[in-house]
Design a protein. Structure first.
Length: 454
């Protein structure tokens, strides 16, 4: 029913933009960040705009002769209609005063064409009965997101000079990542956008509590949306841990519904605080590990961004993604489990980059660490490690001496070791940790405070 309809376009607006650029070389600076070359319907207009962009990025004028010369030197002039085409664009333009409006109009038509294209692809997916329904739905959701996201292409090949400008300009900006809320650990790492951080420990040491702590900290301090994939426990059980952390009431009392009478009011107030502060900022997904895949995670994150989008915030960003824990994913009976887990780690690394979000993947340490006299885990002891070591930008291991030595003087202390740090130093620091309610506290300014950097 739509076959006879022409794609949305506005040739007049495209000509108005290009004519304005040729007439007033300052005009391109007003729209350079608002319109991409592929938004032009005519290929000739795409090439003319690309020529003007190339000149602008090198600080050169975008007047008629400059654009004509640029195209001619690359044997593109005749393809766009020759010098006559450029002169015609210039002659039809009185001024560049409306170039902003023209850019909005051209981008409007461009996004409509993308929606139409996505719709056609989704129709084809619907007829593809050879694929699993979940796979088809995930592909359809990704198509919708791509057709409605203004981040059309965040990856492109650019000369080093362009990257130098971007890196230099970042020096005056705030850090792109988030601190952890633990002062000595912050001396070594930050949760950087686009990077994968692994947190590894043996069972019952506190890795889930660490994931909860980081999620709570980012959501509360920075008011950034956090998505927590709980592949190990249900959403209710994870929520009870947030309640325990906030109220400082022993988790087992909350789980068993045996909160002491004198703490009931504390519990109620804690739930109220969670509701008011981060209740709509932290999002929990408890898809079981056997069903959760990186593709499914992508799909859920895409849906989350679509939900967060509004007129006031057309391009929302996630603050943090936490996965508990990586070895729960995939086929745990697979022959080459290390290869399987390695592939998952690589996919998580891609998710961090594609969504420009810090991803924290909790990881299990294998039993080898418990066979040695020094129980402190190493990076090599990450269970089914595969390519985890190379894919993670940062790897942190957790250790509590009291788990293995009940009489240790280090009661209530957790050692946090940064064993890999692609962008900084490695080392070990200690923090206070209460396993009953997941509270972490800084040891800085305490006589027990120890922090060793390599």
């Amino acid at each position: 029913m739509f076959d006879n309809k022409l794609p949305p376009e506005s040739i007049e607006a495209e000509e108005g933009i290009l004519g304005g650029i040729l007439l007033d070389p300052q005009a391109i600076g007003r729209i350079v960040d608002r319109i991409v070359p592929q938004a032009y319907y005519l290929n000739s207009h795409q090439q003319i705009y690309q020529a003007a962009l190339a000149l602008y990025e090198r600080g050169k004028p975008t007047d008629l002769m400059s654009v004509m010369t640029w195209l001619s030197e690359r044997s593109l002039l005749e393809g766009v209609g020759g010098s006559f085409k450029l002169i015609q664009l210039l002659d039809r333009t009185v001024s560049a005063v409306n170039i902003d409006r023209y850019a909005e109009l051209v981008m409007d038509k461009y996004w409509r064409r993308k929606l139409i294209s996505a719709g056609h692809e989704i129709i084809e997916l619907g007829y593809d009965t050879s694929s699993e329904l979940d796979t088809v739905q995930e592909k359809a959701q990704n198509l919708i997101f791509q057709a409605t996201s203004s981040y059309d292409s965040q990856y492109e090949t650019k000369p080093l000079n362009d990257w130098l400008v971007e890196s230099f300009s970042m020096q005056d900006q705030q850090v792109s990542g988030f601190d952890t809320g633990l002062l000595d650990l912050d001396e070594m790492i930050t949760l950087e956008r686009g990077e994968l951080t692994g947190i590894a420990a043996r069972p019952s040491v506190g890795k889930t509590w660490m994931g909860i702590w980081l999620a709570n900290h980012v959501a509360r301090k920075f008011q950034q949306p956090v998505v927590f994939f709980s592949a190990e426990m249900s959403g209710v059980r994870l929520t009870q841990r947030f309640e325990s952390l906030e109220s400082e009431i022993d988790l087992k009392n909350i789980v068993r519904r045996q909160i002491p009478v004198n703490r009931i009011e504390d519990y109620i107030k804690a739930v109220e605080r969670l509701t008011e502060t981060i209740g709509n900022t932290i999002f929990i997904n408890d898809i079981p590990g056997g069903s959760l895949t990186p593709i499914r995670m992508r799909s859920e994150l895409t849906k989350m961004l679509l939900k967060l989008r509004s007129k006031d915030n057309p391009n929302p960003q996630l603050g943090l993604v936490v996965l508990d824990y990586i070895q729960k994913l995939g086929n745990r009976s697979a022959g080459n489990r290390a290869q399987d887990v390695g592939a998952i780690a690589g996919a998580l690394c891609d998710i961090a980059k594609d969504f420009n979000v810090p991803v924290v993947a909790l990881m299990q340490i294998n039993r080898e660490s418990e066979k040695q006299s020094n129980k402190r885990p190493s990076m090599a002891q990450i269970k089914d490690s595969g390519d985890i070591e190379q894919d993670c930008d940062t790897i942190v291991t957790l250790y509590r001496d009291e788990v293995y030595h009940p009489d240790t003087p280090d009661q209530g202390i957790m050692e946090i070791s940064v064993v890999k740090n692609r962008n900084g130093e490695t080392g070990t620091c200690k923090v206070l940790f209460d396993p009953a309610c997941g509270q972490f506290k800084n040891l800085r300014n305490s006589s027990q405070a120890i922090c060793h950097y390599n």
